[in-house]
Design a binder for this molecule. Sequence first.
Ligand code: AMP
Ligand code: ZN
Length: 500
Amino acid sequence: MSAQPSSPMGAPLVLFNSFTREAAPFTPIDPAMVRMYSCGPTVYSFAHLGNLRAYVFTDTLRRVMEYKGYNVTHVINITDVGHLTSDADSGDDKMEAAAKKTGKSIWDIAAFYTDAFKQDIHRLNIKDPSRWSVATEHVDDMIHYAEKIAPEHCYTLDSGLYFDVSTLPEYGKLAGAATHDATPVESRIDPVDGKRHPQDFAIWRASPKDEQRQMEWDSPWGKGAPGWHLECSVMSMKYLGEQFDIHTGGIDHREIHHCNEIAQNQAFTGSTKTGANYWMHNNFLVDRDGKMSKSKGGFSTLQSVIDRGIHPLAYRLFCISAHYRSELEFSGDNVAAALTRLKRLVMGVSALRDRAEGTIWQTYDRTALEAGLPAAAIDALTRFDAAIADDLMLPRALPLVEEVLSMKKISVDDRLRAIASMDLVLGLNLMTINRAGLRVRPADAQITEDEINAILDQRKQARADKDYAESDRLRDALAAKGVEVMDGDPLGWDWALHLG
Ligand code: AMP
Ligand code: ZN
């Protein structure tokens, strides 16, 4: 890994901190390493597209850090225990509930959906974190942590060990500074018998006396399982230290989960430090029915998008076309529009690649890519850098790729180098993907690509022979199988598969 530059490259990075509700210049605690923690998936079902938006956001944040010259340690946890069906302290453990419903073991369910999640991450070109941190592998750490905070901050009930939020004068500050339209914390928390305050939360959940849970551990508070909030405090501290740079999650976490993590962190360190200098939250992906959520059911997965013939990177492009703090509305049409934009980019870049003379554009090193570029390209890159430094303003950065593509006055290689540099942040694989790679067969397609191409070749021959009747017959034969032949398609895409 390259040495840390004495100062970051380009425009100073400014990030919006949910804790202060203000944008502030970013300075890492340790100039040699930015430390980031992202709340990870609860692996009781497939991730939905909203969940994946959260990880496109963290990946973009990480890429921006690296683009600016920082080294990054990024931890994402895998929640395989403790997350309840209600966001607070009642209801079943989501994992236990899924096991009951399917008759499978929790461990099998967790392994299956963890793999599925990682597959989605890779399909979206999201970089693997430095560490995947699995909750059930840290239960001992959680027990030790809880032992330290229990005497001063917790009380026991039959149902477990609870954190008393009144022991901290600033509990809920992260949510409390919320805008007037945010849901007040209290109204979303279900009562549990004996809790001293509605916001008190479980640190340890005792197993019911008459029930053997699939996942339970011995503890000073009896057999049971850790509360969900505990894992993130424990694992972030273990791998990133008591105070690190950035903690991310979806905006729903600002109201409860992250308030509770902060409470635990403050109890543990005996200070007012929250655990992270910046708390950053992505806004929701919504659909016509509101926020996309697993509990509502009927949600869309990445696979369902792919099954409709849409390449997963079109979903990535769709996400980065909006600012991470804005709501984003998902619809088939919106993602299809992103696919069209991606096709144009891929076509434009592949055409340049075909004409390139040098190979520098194939490196992944910003300095090498940008060295000696002509003024027009540098100007575009400077505006790109200023946009991403402005709290990751990707919607403003993205059109600069299109602008560089159309800069006829600068050489093919220089255009490629500038775009390759931008793609380090965008992560659209523009330097490697081609037209064929972008084409995805819808799940219910009745014809293979090879068959389509063979018929298209016959049709080309028929047209060369001026046998238009045969050419039309072949086009109709393809249409009967859902393949639209796109003669004169301005994108030069030749054909598209349409679902019935
Ligand atoms: P979960 O698997 O439910 O623990 O959630 C994983 C991540 O997705 C968390 O950071 C959530 O805050 C985030 N998230 C959940 N629903 C949405 C949504 N509709 N849009 C954006 N992010 C979401
Ligand atoms: Zn978390």
